[in-house]
Design a protein around this ligand. Structure first.
Ligand code: FDA
Length: 502
């Protein structure tokens, strides 16, 4: 049984406790010259890096498991909560800021980023602080025909990304990142270092898609690597409305989830245009007959095909530019120039052509953002809804990410745009509840209320059923009730504990 943290400001005691186990140069307090650079180092959304954003009491730049264990034990003892940060890409900044006024420290895992590939077994252990770009690079350097199915942006952190599922260009063939996790090491709320066997099957289920922070600190993940051909084919085809973008998107909806698993075509809608970005796990010769028989409207020709290695394709699809050095995947620098607000939806019934005409009209003004449509179907849809916390499987056609962005000021015009657009889109997407993807974190869909020091199940249900569905959310909450009943690991959208008396 875990004592609840004392509520008093135990900051000094916490730091003294840490100093017994963590070298002083790894505990950065606001007075330290490296505090601000380290805090900023992986922040992706500058909305949460303003002078008004509350700063952590300290950053624990963990270099091994014992540092994380000490942070948990000292935090529990002295009433300081932890925000765990791997890649810092959380859309709401929850890995390094607290919306509520409460004392917290950041456990930064950026220093724990090894990738150990077992080529013969086609598995790897990857530490949470690695980026997916570092993972892709290490895997393909060990064997160019091995790969891993995860997200598109190379700087996203493995820790948060795997915790929330991880959708990407190979999910139709190989499932989510979390679907390919074989084992993990976790520091739990008692400060114990556990693995798949010792954490128990419910916790191991929960950490593969149930969202970060709630169940402890995942230090490393063992993953199943997948085989890819020596050459893959990527293409990007852009269509304006005059060139038939609306018809093409209308058709894409039913087509893309039913294509061969080897072919993923996602769509980016922006500025009255649709950009079809594709990865095919095969050659151009194999791709062209599929495109001409299934999607002739797109008019893909040999000139559109770009054959390359899978590793090159990860860079190409993220940036739409060829011939970048592969080492770009190792660059962890994030820019603080673009502010964003993101929301998400899932679609199970095709949207009509007339409705797409109305949707495209939203992308006409100066404050309009963009939307990204990610096709499901294939392997991601063959897994049962309850096999992992990610419930958007059979019957889901595609995910939508709505993005508003701006480069300075308060962003009011862009956020007004996304809020109105999201409300307009409600008629076309899943309802009761309106589904959302936990890795596209959106605090507008609900936040926990804390009563007597514990997040309440009822407040969590509001956002939790949108991310996980009712059955998975309940199982997550029961698991949390067993693993962390006093709710030590928490944030504004962490899974609340459901205790037997509830
Ligand atoms: P970060 O460190 O901010 O953590 C996110 C959450 O997980 C926080 O609550 C944090 O406390 C918790 N957490 C982090 N590490 C943990 C650990 N080791 N143990 C326990 N909890 C931990 N998604 C996707 O599926 N496909 C995609 O293609 C993309 N593309 C994309 C592009 C860009 C530019 C951004 C900013 C984001 C995406 N995403 C995405 C979303 C991404 O998957 C999501 O933001 C991840 O949570 C990011 O993981 P990080 O480790 O970077 O985040």
């Amino acid at each position: 049984h875990f004592p609840a943290p004392s509520s008093a400001a135990g900051a000094g005691d916490f730091l003294r406790c840490l100093s017994a186990s963590v070298p002083s140069q790894l505990v950065l307090t606001p007075g330290s010259p490296s505090f601000t650079p380290v805090l900023a180092s992986s922040i992706r959304n500058p909305r949460f890096f303003t002078p008004a954003t509350p700063r952590p009491l300290c950053i624990v730049a963990a270099a091994n498991a014992s540092h994380v264990q000490a942070a948990v034990v000292c935090g529990r003892r002295h009433g300081v909560r932890l925000r765990v940060r791997s890649g810092g890409h959380d859309y709401e900044g929850l890995s390094y800021r607290s919306v509520r006024a409460e004392e917290f420290a950041v456990v930064d895992l950026a220093g724990l980023r090894g990738v150990r590939v077992d080529r013969r077994g086609a598995t790897a252990w990857v530490d949470s602080g690695a980026t997916v770009g570092e993972l892709y690079y290490a895997v393909a350097k060990a064997d160019p025909q091995l790969a891993f199915p995860a997200g598109v942006c190379p700087t996203i952190g493995v820790g948060g990304h795997f915790s929330g599922g991880g959708i990407g260009m190979m999910m139709r063939k190989h499932g989510l990142a979390a679907d390919n996790v074989l084992d993990a090491t976790l520091v739990d709320a008692a400060g114990r270092l556990l693995n798949k066997n010792t954490m128990g099957s419910d916790v191991f289920w929960a950490i593969r898609g149930g969202g970060g922070e709630s169940f402890g600190v995942v230090l490393s993940w063992e993953v199943r690597l997948v085989r890819v051909p020596p050459r893959v084919t990527a293409f990007t085809v852009q269509r304006t409305i005059a060139q038939g973008a609306i018809d093409a998107v209308t058709k894409w909806q039913t087509l893309a989830p039913a294509l061969p698993d080897e072919l993923a075509i996602r769509v980016v809608i922006q500025n009255q245009q649709a950009r079809f970005q594709s990865l095919f796990l095969g050659t151009c010769d194999q791709l062209l007959p599929v495109m001409s028989s299934r999607f002739p409207e797109l008019g893909v020709t040999r000139a559109d095909c770009r054959e390359m290695t899978w590793l090159q394709s990860t860079l190409y699809i993220n940036s739409d530019t060829a011939n970048q050095p592969l080492e770009t995947l190792l660059n962890r620098t994030t820019s603080l120039s673009t502010f964003t607000k993101n929301k998400s939806d899932y679609v199970k019934q095709a949207i009509t052509r007339e409705s797409w005409q109305k949707i495209f009209a939203w992308f006409n003004g100066p404050n309009a953002g963009l939307m990204i449509l990610e096709p499901h179907g294939g392997q991601v849809s063959r897994i049962a809804d309850g096999d992992t916390p990610y419930p958007y499987r059979s019957g889901v056609m595609y995910n939508i990410q709505h993005i508003a962005f701006w480069s300075g000021g308060d962003g009011a015009a862009a956020t007004n745009w996304i809020n109105s657009f999201y409300s307009f889109m409600g008629q076309f997407v899943t309802k009761n509840p309106r589904a959302a993807y936990v890795n596209y974190r959106d605090l507008d869909i609900g936040q926990n209320a804390v009563v007597n020091g514990v997040s309440t199940f009822d407040s969590g249900k509001v956002w939790g059923e949108k991310y996980f569905g009712a059955a998975n959310f309940k199982r997550l909450a029961i698991t949390k009730g067993k693993a962390d009943p006093s709710d030590y690991f928490r944030n504004e959208q962490s899974v609340p504990p459901l205790l037997p008396r509830n």
